[in-house]
Design a protein around this ligand. Sequence first.
Ligand code: ADP
Length: 621
Amino acid sequence: MPKGQISVQTENIFPIIKQFLYSDQEIFLRELVSNAVDATSKIKTLSSRGDFKGELGELRIEVAVDKEAKTLTISDRGIGMTEEEVMKYLNQVAFSSAEDFLKKYKDESSIIGHFGLGFYSAFMVADKVEVHTKSYKKTKKAVIWACDGNPEYNIEPGTRKDRGTDIVLHISEDSVEYLEEERIEGLLKKYCKFLPFEIKFGTKTETTYEGEGEEKEAVETVVDNIINNPHPAWKKSPRSLKEEDYKKFYNELYPYSAPPLFWIHLNIDYPFNLTGILYFPKLGNSIEVQKNKIQLYSNQVFVTDDVKEIVPEFLTLLHGVIDSPDIPLNVSRSYLQSDQNVKKISGYITKKVADKLANLFKKKRDDYQDKWNDLGVFVKYGMLSEEKFHDKAVKFALLKNLEGEYHTIEEYREKIKATQTDKYDKQVFLYTNNAKEHHSFVEAAKNRNLDVLELDNVIDGHFMQHLEHKLSDITFVRVDSDTTDNLVQTEDTTESLLTEKETDKVKGLFEAQINQPGASIQLKPLSSDDQPVVVTRPEFMRRMKEMQAMQGMTMDAFPDSYNVVVNTNHPLIAEKLLKMRSEDKKTEFVRHLYNLALLNQGMLKGEDLTKFINRSIEFLK
Ligand code: ADP
């Protein structure tokens, strides 16, 4: 009965294995099941090449818990190992790779998924491991290898009758959770959900119904509990899949989620190997809750659902699966980002996503527009964060106006060129982020034949700034802003109905009533259809304040400044006010007009608002 030392040159690594990766202990199961999958696919390959002539039989992997014996067993019908192979692979290859791994990553706390520890990860949860194995080579005898967490091992003749391997873990006292069926099933579902061979874990009862109508009877049958779907959609050819198949797979990944908008099937084998399906979810106005749902696989083995280092951040809004054996998994995160393959993969995915959107926009514009509400956040986010994506998306990013029309940026510029260019030759993109609140300003703009965009998404503030920065000859202006007056179209078009003296008189009346700091009074001969008094806010100041608020600074760092624009051509000013005799009446009248304008901007509040309402009620009496 041979006994031996696993390694002569190093200290005992078992205590380190036990402590190391404490938080990620659970990956031992993935490592062992992956080994079983490898051994199984090897026998399949040997058979298809004609190097193995026997029956393949059922190639399923079985995981079983024995609570009494306190064991967890992983069994496969793969190639198995001869005694020589056991010595070589478990005592040398596996051991030295585990040793290497620990040496390298002892100080790294965040290795993606901790791939690479392999067979010896079993010792994180077991204080004794037995390997019962028999090689597919007919003449070779079965062997049992056993090791109890010392560098010593035992090898003895085995009892296994047919080809394959059982790994028996004698679960240690402090890891008894791995003797709980729910725990193991949960782990299998997490890491092994799409492994390419069936994984059986115990049995389950299935209920089917037999017969018709009244006679209908529930029949319960006990069936094998198969954990995984060995043929996930992303591994199939896109041509063999229908729309329902993609939706079904989405449901498999995210049960109870709203159906996706559309998807991209990724499939490339040069210069790197990558498959997967990325789904565009319905985003609406939310970003954070939707993030980080992409799952990363390596040859159908789940690695992580944290792909931040692998794809550009805006792509983490997408859902789905990326499967690539070419993403180096046992390296640190910071290294990952600078890895050339990862960079290429990230670029490839970004390009595919942009192409898909461009294509959809070109071929099915109506459909694309219908989805813009859910797509917009994603496209805008992408444009903000990725130069390359911006360059493509600037052709299919849409602006929606209050009429419900969609334009690309180029189309929109064309549309408003004649009417909305200001005196500095900038194209003015008028917008509202709250059409209800800005109703009267919107109406006023419409009366002047101006177009108003609806930009009310959380990301729109940044998006506007981004476009202004990229396209230096456009400027976004909110409908209630003062800058709308700079439009060439409205300049010098209306003549004042008042003489200079009369204008001064009106000015005096307003100045006497409005003496808040920050308010500046302007007299303008607007159209008689425009409101008599309008309060507007300087676009620049408002944005500064919004930015401050976003950065958590107090709103008071800048004084609230606004303009009171008196429309000297309005009949209430040009005729009624000027003809009034009583000073009291004039005062009352000016105050009322001013308050109406404040009310319109949502600026009349508290005591002032109460007084205003009471006076209005008085007035009605
Ligand atoms: P890796 O799988 O990365 O090579 P491991 O430490 O997991 O490293 O395993 C070392 C070797 O042991 C494997 O390469 C394989 O040859 C052998 N081995 C492990 N598990 C099995 C198994 N279930 N069936 C056959 N051979 C196995």
